[in-house]
Design a protein around this ligand. Structure first.
Ligand SMILES: [Zn+2]
Length: 358
């Protein structure tokens, strides 16, 4: 397995350590964000904080969330070449030009080191791991518990041993510990690309402003990033977790134009503006990335912040209505397919604000 830089990425521990040591992002053995600090302006910060505190009682949905069973939609061929099925939080099944990629698979009851405490999911997964169609790639953006679920990746590997696990440099050590065969693990650094030659597709990693770690001692020992999944005719941007990374416009120039932009919009707080987008910065990021339809992720599954569970979508819904933000907002488990009509049509696609009915 090689990247565009010709680095072997099915890493032994030693090779992994060497690659980490060579990273220009490493300072004193830990990765860091090189970008400028970007925060919301203070008055905006205070207003938003007040708003968040007022909504505290609504951090969990008052009743069960509506969900769709995606299996029916998945039996149909992908007519347009691009279909995305959001399965909750940052888990999306992407079908792009014949390639199937599952992002950040989390099936666990809790996004936590233990399953008896920690943030508990609002809804069951809309589909079982065993019912997923054959996958080419499982893409794990970084090692946080709400993105890397040890039991889910272990089960996926057992069910689908052919699927590659593409992830950020260092995260492969976790995957190996969970029992994933090193031969199917691909670890990327920012600027590196993994080519799937048989599919004429690639996954390239770009910068993100975030952090990593699963315990008290491993903070920022593994890398984080955003990713571009590209086939011969379609391109999708996947933010992973990030703040308003200064290089988004450059990423769009290098790897765009995108047909779909998947951005984290929830589990945010103004004081965490550098490491999580939230809906206000997601709107800006989406512009910088070229204004393709936005699929909001990282919301509706876990209570990881102080805001009301539906606050990100109420905000984005306003942007869609008032400013023409091209927004798609499927129900959990609902497949969305790029229309055959030009992209402009996606802008005026009627939005079903299902979160208002909960
Ligand atoms: Zn994270």
């Amino acid at each position: 397995m090689t990247t565009s830089k010709g680095l072997c990425t099915s890493a032994s521990g030693e090779l992994r350590a060497e690659r980490i040591a060579r990273s220009p992002l490493l300072v004193d053995g830990r990765f860091r964000n090189p970008g400028a600090n970007i925060v919301l302006r203070l008055p905006e910060n205070l207003a938003v904080t007040r708003e968040l505190m007022r909504d505290r009682g609504k951090r969990v949905p008052p009743r069960a969330l509506p969900m769709r069973d995606p299996l029916g939609a998945w039996r149909d061929a992908v007519r347009s070449g691009l279909r995305a099925t959001w399965l909750g939080h940052s888990t999306v099944l992407l079908e792009i030009d014949g390639l199937r990629v599952l992002t950040d698979p989390v099936w666990a009851l809790r996004a936590s080191p233990v399953q008896w405490a920690g943030p508990k999911r609002f809804h069951p997964p809309p589909v079982t791991l065993a019912a997923l169609p054959p996958l080419d790639v499982v893409l794990v953006s970084h090692d946080h518990y709400d993105h890397l679920d040890a039991a889910a990746v272990r089960t996926l590997h057992r069910l689908q041993p052919q699927a590659r696990f593409v992830t950020a440099l260092g995260v492969g050590a976790h995957l190996e510990r969970f029992g994933i065969d090193p031969a199917v693990i691909v670890e990327l650094h920012w600027g590196e690309r993994f080519e799937l030659e048989d599919k004429r597709a690639s996954i390239e990693m770009f910068a993100a402003q975030h952090f990593s770690g699963r315990g008290a001692l491993d903070r920022n020992k593994t890398l984080w990033g955003s990713y571009v999944i590209a086939g011969p005719t379609h391109r999708v941007f996947f933010s992973g977790d990030t703040g308003l990374e200064p290089s988004f416009a450059e990423t769009a120039r290098k790897a765009g134009p995108f047909d779909l932009i998947m951005l984290e919009v929830g589990a945010w707080h103004p004081l965490w503006g550098e490491i999580h987008l939230g809906p206000f910065q997601a709107r800006e990021a989406q512009r910088q990335l070229g204004d393709a339809p936005l699929l909001p992720i990282h919301w509706s599954t876990f209570d990881l912040a102080l805001h009301a569970w539906d606050e990100p979508m109420l905000t984005l819904e306003g942007f869609a209505r008032d400013e023409g933000l091209p927004l798609i907002a499927p129900q959990i488990g609902e497949a969305w397919e790029l229309g055959d009509a030009p992209l402009r049509a996606a802008r005026v696609r009627a939005l079903d604000p299902w979160w208002r009915r909960v």
